[in-house]
Design a protein around this ligand. Structure first.
Ligand code: GLN
Length: 482
């Protein structure tokens, strides 16, 4: 399809205004969004499934509410895309895996229920690394996603599709999931905003488990305001997830007043060693903007950072090996046609269904949990996790927010790192620490691209449940740098 996207420049607020002023109906807006997204999808492969019937039904419900003079909801008529690890009732949910190529869930995740209750319109499900394992979206059984900013590059992972659709203007906002960086890193690679809320802030009910103690659902948007509004709609206690927090959800948008005056902003010097020079320069320019706005920049230390990647890849694989045991050929999945005995059914189904990265992690996870190795690896990794969380707690005694890079380098070329899993794992260094600590963290685009024209993300991290300060800093930076 030629021409500009009907979603270009649109925000949650502008769509609401357009609907209430009768500039368009939610139904015609959804129709135009779907037509454009479907026509453009072959460029990036970001959507795996479109849901036109569901989208139009939701849109018509918004129109009916407006016609009756009722409040159409905080996300009224907003075209939203959802990462395909979040289950949707009656709508295929693949987790990027051949094993679930035909899986149609019987229920909706809590986040899905909430965004539809708020009037959101789900256009479809987005491509991702298989079971959210990866940093480039190249581990999907349905082919990689291309970065809309530079089509020969990866969009980042594992929520590559959800980041790409927002950057491509084929959705206004989207949901992703983050276990060790899968929202922040693709947001940074695609030049948009991505938020990992505090662990427990958003219900995980209906999020296919990868590493349960680390998994988060979170929003992508083109602006901090859109991301904050989407988080507002899905956050809060849910009885269906025992780890979802009782903490009250503040009004995030009210905090977006453009001011960081007097805020103490911590700069972990060790996060700036080993960065691509451009990346470091862009992030430091952003720090200068915050300083000019009245933020007080303070050097801090997070001394256990060098151990984070090792600890993460032990804990995450251990949990993954247990969580993925449920895909056994009995439930959910397609079953191997060649199997004749029970044990063949398990083995052959899993052998045919899982991709290399999942197999690697299942083996690694089973190994670190096995008798004799548990204390040496798993238990030690848990101790390191505790020390990393303590590093942050100590830093937050001195500062209100921490700023850092998201990734050591910008989006890399498709194929560049697929055969080098260790280098892929090491690229997660700056996102993994926040994930292990369970604190809120986000990526907001630095004002200009690097010298190769690629976007760079600024990471902002705050105390547990203090998304408000994180959004305040991100928004102030965004306003000042535009
Ligand atoms: N890239 C990390 C990994 O491969 C993080 C993935 C994620 O956050 N889901 O595990």
């Amino acid at each position: 399809m030629s021409g500009a996207s009907p979603l270009a420049g649109q925000t949650i607020d502008s769509i609401r205004t357009g609907l209430l002023q009768k500039q368009f109906s939610a139904e015609e807006f959804a129709q135009r969004a779907l037509a454009y997204a479907e026509a453009e999808n072959s460029k990036t492969n970001a959507y795996l499934t479109f849901s036109p019937e569901r989208a139009l039904e939701a849109a018509r419900a918004v129109d009916a509410k407006i016609a009756r003079g009722e409040d159409p909801g905080a996300l009224a008529g907003v075209p939203i895309a959802v990462k395909d690890v979040i289950v949707t009732r009656g709508l295929r949910t693949t987790c990027g895996s051949k094993l679930l190529a035909n899986y149609v869930p019987p229920y909706d995740a809590t986040a899905i229920q909430r965004l539809e209750q708020a009037g959101g319109v789900i256009l479809g499900k987005t491509n991702c690394d298989e079971f959210a394992m990866g940093s480039s979206n190249e581990n999907s059984a349905f082919g990689p996603v291309r970065n809309p900013v530079a089509l020969d590059r990866v969009p980042g992972g594992s929520s590559g599709g959800s980041a790409a659709v927002v950057a491509q203007d084929t959705a206004v906002v989207s949901l992703g999931s983050d276990t060790g960086g899968s929202i922040r890193q693709p947001a940074s690679f695609c030049g948009i905003t991505g938020v990992t809320p505090t662990y427990g802030r958003v219900s995980r009910y209906g999020l296919t488990a990868f590493a349960s103690s680390l998994d988060h659902i979170g929003p992508f948007g083109r602006t901090t305001r859109d991301a904050a509004q989407l988080l507002q709609a899905i956050a809060g206690r849910d009885e269906m997830d025992a780890t979802s927090a009782f903490a009250p959800v503040p009004d995030y948008v009210a905090a977006l007043d453009g001011s960081v005056k007097g805020l103490k902003i911590g700069l972990p010097r060790e996060y700036f060693e080993g960065l691509a020079s451009d990346t470091g320069d862009r992030v430091m320019e952003a720090v200068e903007v915050l300083r000019k706005l009245g933020g007080e920049v303070v050097d801090i230390q997070l001394p256990h950072t060098p151990y984070a990647v090792a600890a993460y890849y032990i804990i995450a694989t251990a949990e993954a090996s247990a969580n993925l045991a449920r895909f056994d050929g009995v439930r959910y999945t397609t079953r191997s046609a060649e199997a004749h005995t029970l044990s063949e059914m398990y083995r052959m189904t899993r052998d045919e269904g899982f991709g290399d990265e999942c197999k690697r992690r299942i083996m690694l996870g089973a190994y670190v949990l096995s008798a004799g190795y548990y204390d040496a690896y798993y238990l030690k990794a848990q101790k390191v996790r505790h020390l990393i969380a303590r590093d942050f707690a100590q830093a937050f005694e001195q500062v209100d927010a921490i700023v850092a890079p998201v990734s050591p380098f910008p989006a890399f070329k498709l194929g560049e790192k697929v055969n080098d899993p260790i280098s892929m794992y090491l690229s997660d260094i700056y996102t993994i620490t926040g994930s292990l600590a369970g604190i809120p963290c986000m990526s907001v685009p630095c004002s200009g691209p690097d010298t190769t024209g690629l976007p760079v993300g600024l990471q902002i991290l705050t105390r547990h449940f203090d998304e408000t300060t994180m959004f305040r800093v991100a928004h102030a930076y965004e306003m000042a740098s535009n």
